[in-house]
Each structure stands twice: as structure tokens, then as C-alpha cells.
Design a binder for this molecule. Structure first.
Ligand code: FEO
Length: 169
């Protein structure tokens, strides 16, 4: 059984993950209108992945006898200056999410909630991968600079990303 404090914190994380999904969808829409369909696809896959993170928390709260309480989702930003600007915002956002996961883990340890602690280990590793993946695209964008052909080559590459949801259970 989850303590009230942990249930509230996990519900907060459901909101944060759905917000992440919403923000990446907004970024996907921005890339679409900028004519960068591959970047738009990358962000769409990212949005799908974030929703799967939200659902992991959703099912975990229920499984542990907690009550899922969905809250209002904040409006995400809608405009960015460039692809570089979008990916800088993405890396900053993922670093913030890493901080949230670390705070949740500290709370689980303080409350001696071992099951929640084990559950969160997956997210700790996932955040390392997320930051590395976003950082890799950001590094390429910095190398590309104002070279349009480089940008289109990267667009092709990002167009191949496909998020495969992990098996249920
Ligand atoms: Fe669900 Fe990108 O962290």
C-alpha cells in the first residue's frame, strides 16, 4: 500500500510525464510547419514514449492500491527560434525530469518504500539514456550550424526513429 505522500508524488509525476508528451507534440507540430518532417517524427515518437512513461506510473499507483488522480495539464510552449533552440529546450526539460525522478527516489528511500524505490530504478536508467539521446542530436545540430544540407541529412536520419512500446505487464 502506498503512503499518501508517495501516492501524491507519483500522481504528480504522471502529470509531469503527460506534460512532457504534450510538449513534445507541440515541438512536433512546430517542426512540421518548419518543413522538417524527420524532426517532427522524432518528436512524435518522443511524445509516444513519454505517454508510455506516464502509463507506467499510472499502472504502478493502481497496482500498489493508490488512487490515480489526474490533474490539469499546463499549456506547452508553441514557438521556438530554430531546431537548435528546440533541442536545447528538450535537453533542459529532460534534465529537469531527471531531477524529479531523483527527488521521488529520495522520498521513497526516506519512507523506506522499497517497492517504489525498485520501480524508480528503471526511470533512473531511462533518464541517462534520454539525456544522452537528446545530447547526441544537439551535438550534431551544433556541428551542422547553418549548413542546410547537413540539416536535411539529419532530418532524414531522425525520420527513421520509431518508438516501440515495451510489452505490457
Ligand atoms: Fe519521461 Fe523524457 O522522461
Amino acid at each position: 500500500m502506498l503512503s499518501k505522500k508517495i501516492a501524491k508524488a507519483l500522481n504528480g509525476q504522471i502529470n509531469a510525464e503527460i506534460y512532457s508528451s504534450y510538449m513534445y507534440l507541440s515541438m512536433s507540430a512546430w517542426f512540421e510547419q518548419a518543413g522538417l518532417a524527420g524532426f517532427a517524427n522524432w518528436m512524435l515518437q518522443q511524445a509516444r514514449e513519454e505517454m508510455s512513461h506516464a502509463m507506467k506510473f499510472f499502472h504502478f499507483v493502481s497496482e500498489r492500491g493508490g488512487r490515480v488522480l489526474l490533474e490539469k495539464i499546463a499549456q506547452p510552449p508553441t514557438d521556438w527560434k530554430s531546431a537548435l533552440d528546440v533541442f536545447e529546450a528538450t535537453l533542459a526539460h529532460e534534465r529537469k525530469v531527471t531531477g524529479l525522478i531523483n527527488d521521488l527516489t529520495n522520498l521513497a528511500l526516506d519512507e523506506r518504500d522499497h517497492a517504489t524505490n525498485i520501480f524508480l530504478q528503471w526511470f533512473i536508467s531511462e533518464q541517462v539514456e534520454e539525456e544522452a539521446g537528446v545530447g547526441a542530436v544537439l551535438d550534431k545540430l551544433k556541428l551542422i550550424g547553418k549548413d542546410t544540407s547537413g540539416l536535411f541529412a539529419l532530418d532524414q536520419e531522425l525520420g527513421r526513429r520509431l518508438f516501440t512500446p515495451p510489452p505490457a505487464g
